[in-house]
Design a protein around this ligand. Structure first.
Ligand code: AMP
Length: 371
């Protein structure tokens, strides 16, 4: 699946290319068509799954198409999120994804002077990202009107409740126009959240991305801190030690996959690389050789690896970290299938460390460090 096949329009596609987003994540594939069709959405998904783009892209698309009819800068989309950090992150996403449109976005949150936020609101905005307290304050002071909202996103509903925002939300709801699209996201769905969602949503489509913890429980995971120039040496050491095992090595780029294959072959470790620049025939041959045991090491990019279904894959090595935490879970889920034990090793350079933190947040597990 590609973003183009999801009917994402040209200016947004251009922005995604500059962000190096190659293909949509699970939640994006499921949510984007639903949101573009104008339905309400109940999304059960954690941070790290690409959920921000899942709501931001179709909202930007709908607003930029309607732009011609409504040039006035009034708030048309409201994203409500529990923390200041999340608000800033979501605002960054809107900035990146809408950079080739004429839409404006603004973020407001508490704990800082309101003056610059009020000034930004005065200049006019199409999209507002807000935490509940500051939003209510500025509404009370008449700096904000919610009368023209068409899209309302309630992000991280379970955290909102944990943080005691339920009363704020209940005060906000009657201020929103009845005619609107509502997108409701929560990582978990206890009874209180289900009840709240029912009171907010109108015939929602429910979307759930697989809880990740169950996948990763059976797989032994290890992290190696290693800088880029030393990664190939570490890979060779591991492959020479584990010389009986079938191994899938992940590379973030096609070029990287070829380079790893060259280095390993030079070292006498038989392997093949599969990625989008190889012909279908070459990829198929490489897979057949791998499955039959003729080659025991295969190097793949994330997209090429989608077609790989190998029953007894013993070891997955993340030569580089992926762009999205969820991809890590997909990668390591290739091993440890059907009750077999599996191991996943991850090579992390210092600039990749933030992704490890995202992965640990997503899986709820810390990665054991190997030396
Ligand atoms: P989120 O779950 O929205 O917090 O997103 C997690 C991270 O994944 C963010 O750093 C996004 O920039 C990144 N991301 C989201 N969608 C994609 C995609 N389709 N391809 C690559 N990176 C993505």
């Amino acid at each position: 699946m590609t973003f183009k096949e999801l009917n994402i329009s040209e200016p947004i596609l251009k922005a995604l290319v500059s962000k190096k987003y190659v293909s949509p994540t699970d939640i994006q594939t499921q949510a984007i068509p639903v949101v573009l069709q104008g339905h309400d959405l109940l999304g059960i998904a954690q941070t790290g799954t690409g959920k921000t783009a899942a709501f931001a892209l179709p909202i930007i698309q709908q607003l930029s198409q309607k732009e011609l009819h409504s040039k006035k800068r009034e708030i048309k989309a409201l994203i409500l999120t529990p923390t200041r950090e999340l608000a800033i992150q979501i605002d960054e996403c809107f900035k990146d994804y809408s950079k080739y449109t004429n839409l404006r976005h603004t973020v407001i949150f508490g704990g800082v002077n309101q003056r610059s936020q009020v000034e930004a609101l005065r200049r006019g905005t199409d999209i507002l990202i807000a935490t509940p307290g500051r939003l209510l304050d500025l509404i009370k002071q008449r700096h904000i009107s919610l009368d023209h909202i068409r899209h309302f996103v309630l992000d991280e509903a379970d955290r909102m409740l944990d943080m005691g925002f339920i009363h704020d939300i209940k005060r906000l709801l009657p201020l929103l126009p009845k005619q609107r699209q509502t997108l409701f996201f929560s990582a978990t769905m206890p009874q209180t959240i289900a009840t709240l969602s029912k009171s907010i949503l109108n015939k929602p489509v429910k979307i759930e991305v697989a809880p990740v913890s169950s996948v990763v429980d059976t797989i032994e995971q290890c992290l190696y801190f290693v800088e880029k120039p030393q990664k190939s040496k570490l890979l060779i050491d591991i492959l020479e030690k584990e010389d009986e095992k079938t191994v899938l090595v992940f590379s973030r780029t096609k070029h990287g996959a070829d380079k790893i294959a060259r280095v390993l072959n030079k070292q006498g470790i038989g392997c093949e690389a599969i990625h989008g620049n190889k012909t279908q025939g070459a990829r198929q041959r490489a897979l057949t050789n791998f499955k039959s045991g003729k080659t025991r090491v295969i190097i793949a990019t994330d997209i090429a690896a989608r077609g790989i279904d190998i029953a007894n894959l013993e070891l997955v090595i993340n030569y580089d970290l992926p762009d999205v935490a969820e991809t890590y879970v997909h990668r390591i889920g290739r091993t440890g299938r059907a009750g077999n034990s599996g191991t996943a090793l991850t090579f992390c350079s210092h600039e990749e460390y933030t992704m490890v933190k995202d992965i640990q947040k997503l899986t709820g597990k810390s990665l054991a460090v190997s030396y």
